[in-house]
Ligand binder design. Structure first.
Ligand code: ADP
Ligand code: MG
Length: 332
């Protein structure tokens, strides 16, 4: 049983960014309008996600970190149209296997908050009252300490994982409308720096200005493509001749209905078309695909970053036609 737990835990939580991603998505699912990610030593020592969401009610404490405990899936047929980020009840269970998990939480029906400690297998090992506003704080210390090989890898790659995490948080900062997002990192003896801070604006434009600055925003132009009857793409792309000129994938963010995802094929297509028309610069691209939930599946891989469209071939073809009109009108 423990071996299975180990395999599953390692698939849900691949690295620091995927661990924090699960917690941020839980906060979003809980309706939080303020989310703070607090890292110690770039996340190597600990990370914490603090939200002002609905909190967790006491009836859920015991089962909270047990595998497949979820409050989000009412009925199996819901799998066809999942709109919340999580639904598998795997993240907290995986995190207690991989690190030291504590949760502090309070709903609006409670006068005080509760501090919960979980053991490796997900059992609640300690419960005590504490002071807190309504919302939830999840803390994970010593990620991967339970897996020696992975742990070594984690410590060796910590700066790289931290970089990936910041880029992921940028993606949420761009897309999460009306959610205030802060990330801090504390190093040494309480030296805290603010890595990211947004006010939770209502528009993608304002979020881009907050995350990347006005001068970057001025190099972009809005994009609005109708790809098919049921799919459109909204976002921003580098203006002609204003590519970032940096590496492939640098400042490229893809979303489906506001949820950050990896779209390597779309990225490749955008790069090819832009580069053929713009002396080999790379474009900045921020693209949100607005698609009915039944036409894609983000839940195939446990980390939910990979997306499967039911008709990917024709989607890419139509996207290409729409992009050619922008970048290489002479070819259209
Ligand atoms: P899932 O998100 O797939 O349901 P998780 O393991 O991520 O599974 O979380 C388990 C359950 O814990 C959730 O269904 C939810 O009820 C509760 N939970 C976790 N994090 C939060 C949070 N920040 N605010 C409120 N409830 C939470
Ligand atoms: Mg979850």
């Amino acid at each position: 049983k423990s071996a299975i737990h180990k395999i599953c835990a390692g698939q849900v939580i691949l690295d620091l960014p995927s661990a924090v991603k699960e917690l941020v998505e839980n906060s979003l699912d809980a309706g939080a309008t303020s989310i703070e990610v607090a890292l110690k030593e770039y996340g190597e020592e600990s990370f914490q996600v603090i939200d002002n969401g609905c909190g967790i009610s006491p009836d859920n404490f015991k089962a909270l970190a047990l595998k497949h405990h979820t409050s989000k899936l009412a009925d199996f047929s819901d799998l066809q149209s999942v709109t919340t980020f999580g639904f598998r009840g795997e993240a907290l269970s995986a995190l207690c296997y991989l690190g030291d998990l504590t949760v502090e939480t309070r709903t609006k029906s409670e006068q005080v908050a509760t501090h919960l400690t979980f053991g490796r297998s997900g059992l609640l090992t300690d419960e005590k009252k504490t002071a807190r506003q309504v919302g939830t704080t999840v803390t994970v210390k010593k990620l991967f300490s339970n897996l020696p090989v992975r742990s070594k890898e984690f410590h060796r790659n910590i700066r790289k994982e931290y970089g990936k995490l910041i880029s992921l948080l940028n993606a949420y900062a761009l897309t999460a409308k009306g959610v205030r997002l802060v990330c801090t990192n504390t190093t040494g003896v309480n030296k805290t720096s603010v890595v990211l801070k947004t006010q939770g604006s209502g528009s993608l434009k304002d979020n881009i200005i907050t995350v990347f600055g006005m001068s970057t925003f001025n190099c972009l132009e809005p994009m609005s493509l109708v790809i098919s009857e049921s799919c459109k793409v909204d976002g921003f792309l580098s203006k002609s001749g204003n590519g970032s000129g940096r590496n492939i994938g640098d400042r490229q963010y893809f979303f489906i209905n506001g949820r950050p995802v990896d779209m390597p094929k779309v990225s490749k297509l955008v790069n090819e078309l832009y580069r053929s028309a713009n002396s080999k610069q790379y474009p900045i691209a921020i693209m949100n695909f607005v698609v009915p939930t039944k036409e894609y599946d983000v839940n195939v891989t446990p980390d939910k970053r990979k997306v499967f469209f039911s008709d990917e071939g024709s989607l890419l073809k139509s996207l290409k036609e729409a992009l050619v009109k922008i970048y290489s009108p002479h070819l259209a």
